[in-house]
Design a protein around this ligand. Structure first.
Ligand SMILES: C[S@@+](CC[C@H](N)C(=O)[O-])C[C@H]1O[C@@H](n2cnc3c(N)ncnc32)[C@H](O)[C@@H]1O
Length: 244
């Protein structure tokens, strides 16, 4: 069963409580506190483009890519209507070749956890590095193993008045840090299912991939704060810069 297929046309509705504006604000804060002033941005695993839209509205020149044709179709549908000038591509982060470079890249909402092998996530980080100018930067978040241990994916909203009802159940294997989440959705008369799989990449693995990609300065934060991660951080944001 595919992930980000049947849900794509309903994704923004499902995420209507997600504070994308706050996330874009946190991104701006991280840029400012690291003295980063990019003009061109690459949204890595952009989904339906919700973050890209906020940043394009700020004046950044944004391109996004995602492996899911259905998510990109949704992003393009919104772009056609709003004409923000965002370009979208269907592409796989593990073998990225867009043929151009950006001042900065970002990837939010546990997108890199969806790459479920160490080799894959390493290649994705190296690929992002290849798409950055000298001194380019990359800001991304990841779910931690703690989030999976705490069963963050066991969620449901079966209220009759909910615009979209859902029931999710996670099955976490701590031995390989992989979680499989069986997701059921109900929208109007339609019922559909997806299976999502994520891997909790360890901090050491991420730092090694960043080193291989040529990133020299690495800072990690307990997400949506300026504090370092702690053992109860369920999500961590990394701010990294290419070596001079
Ligand atoms: C949870 S969604 C987040 C989407 C978007 N970043 C957001 O904030 O709404 C994760 C996204 O990662 C994409 N994805 C997963 N593996 C990918 C890969 N190998 N290459 C590109 N995109 C990928 C999925 O298709 C999905 O759109």
């Amino acid at each position: 069963m595919a992930s980000f297929g049947p849900i794509a046309p309903h994704y923004d509705l499902l995420m209507s409580n997600v504070p994308y504006d706050m996330w874009a604000g946190y991104y701006r804060l991280l840029l400012a506190s690291h003295h980063l002033n990019p003009d061109t941005l690459l949204d890595v695993c952009c989904g339906t483009g919700s973050v890209a839209e906020f940043l394009a509205d700020d004046g950044y020149i944004v391109e996004g890519f995602d492996i899911s044709e259905a998510m990109i179709a949704e992003a393009r549908r919104k772009e056609e209507k709003a004409q923000r000038g965002i370009k979208y591509h269907v592409a796989d982060a593990t073998c990225l070749d867009l043929g151009k470079k950006f001042d900065s890249a970002y990837s939010f909402f546990d997108s890199l956890n969806y790459i479920t092998t160490l080799e894959g996530v390493t290649q994705a980080i190296i690929g992002v590095g290849r798409h950055l100018v000298e001194n380019g930067s990359f800001i991304f978040d990841v779910n931690t193993a703690y989030a999976f241990e705490e069963r963050m994916f066991d969620q449901k909203d079966m209220r009759k008045r909910a615009a979209i009802q859902y029931d999710w159940k996670g099955d976490y294997d701590p031995a390989n840090r992989i979680i499989r989440v069986d997701m059921k959705f109900w929208r109007d008369d339609e019922e559909f299912e997806e299976v999502h799989v994520q891997r909790a990449h360890s901090d050491e693995e991420i730092r090694e991939a960043l080193r291989l990609a040529g990133f020299a300065q690495v800072r990690a934060y307990d997400s949506y704060t300026m504090d370092p991660p702690n053992r109860k951080s369920d999500r961590v944001h990394y701010v990294v810069k290419m070596a001079d």
